[in-house]
Write a protein that binds this ligand. Sequence first.
Ligand code: GLY
Ligand code: MN
Ligand code: MN
Length: 461
Amino acid sequence: MFEKDVYIKRREALRRKMKNGLALFIGNTEAPMNYPANTYHFRQDSDFLYFFGIDLPGLAGLIDFDSGKEMLFGNDFTMDDIVWMGPQPTIRELASGCGITLTAPVKKLEEIISEALSKKRDIHFLPPYRGETKMFLGSVLKENPCQMKTRASADLIHAVVSLRSVKEKIEISEIEQAVAIAHEMHVTAMKMCKPGVKEQEIFGMAEGIALSLGAGTSFPTILSINGQTLHNHSHNNILRKGRMMVTDAGAETNLHYASDITRTTPVGGKFSSQQKEVYEVVLKANVEAIRSTGPGKSNRDTHILACRILASGLKDLNLIKGDIDEAVQSGVHALFMPHGIGHMLGLDVHDMEGLGENHVGYNDKVKRSEQFGLAFLRFALQYLPGHVFTVEPGCYFIPELIGSWKAEGKFRDFINYDRIEKFMSVGGIRIEDNVLITGKGHKVLGKPIPKTIEEIESVCS
Ligand code: GLY
Ligand code: MN
Ligand code: MN
């Protein structure tokens, strides 16, 4: 974890934003895989990590905004635990590491909450996303665990979002380290991208690199010659010439800051002329979209710009026709890019998504569009210095979507359906980088990862 002052200051900043009541932060517990003692890889809750930094299961933190009191709850290990798990820090030692002096066993938390309930004090908590947390909250609050998500505190959500959105220098340096790990993962994947190789072999190497250099991947790696399926989690194909491999993979540092990078590599390492044509359009959308980011702009502006570049490039390839402004306004391009330009990045790869996408990327004035494509934009607001985003335009030839629009005759005046048939083997292309908004503009984070046609072909050779 970082120095204790980091956590003390973050909790102070939260106390300044919250008026009254108690805030309860429930850390994650171990989650059984196939029997109780055989657990999934432990991942601490990101809000708990942000305010308390302790990367261990079974803890809870409490902040009393009226008295300023802070407490850590957890049960000290027994001798039996120590025999199996080795020497363990006491709860008091853990608390001291993040600047807290008051500690108590978990049972005590029930009493404190019960007393607060009887005094009708406000009890704030963030939306739980795990069954165990919902059960725990339901039990201490004496309410239906299934209702816990809707009972989360809007005030606490907004306060936490405003703090976590603006990254501190130490956090940016962590994200840069996460990108450095992604660099190794992606260059290795590019070098292995040869006909006859099984996707699973490359997937395993990439995930292994993430584990050997950090805390593992920041999300399940997407690696497929069927990149037209946006989040393709199967790795059963054997690479064959004529296809392109989409690798969307990122790592977590040991402190759990994420990277999220996508590269697209032609199987065999040489782009065909048709692959080059589409790749150059997506690359232009990536480069120009990144170039346009900075304070005063919004992520919605970046999304629309990338869609315009994509539509205009596809018009040059005679896949789209008609007026580009009108096409983009109507959502024609979403046939080829049905997702948003990107999302915030931090302790979560989709940063703070658990707090509710609309609380992070939208507000009372900026409402989410209902248009297919634009509706999937996770963040539409203005950029602030310290924000970290992904910029990830793509172009996909999705047979089912194209078939359905064609059958409907949708946007017939804008789309050359017959010509699309000739591009189906391109599959999918996505190019994703991680970008910091600075005081004056932006900075692409981490060591540059090969992305031009020349760079990729050179790595593959
Ligand atoms: N890694 C999933 C995404 O790019 O959002
Ligand atoms: Mn990604
Ligand atoms: Mn992403």
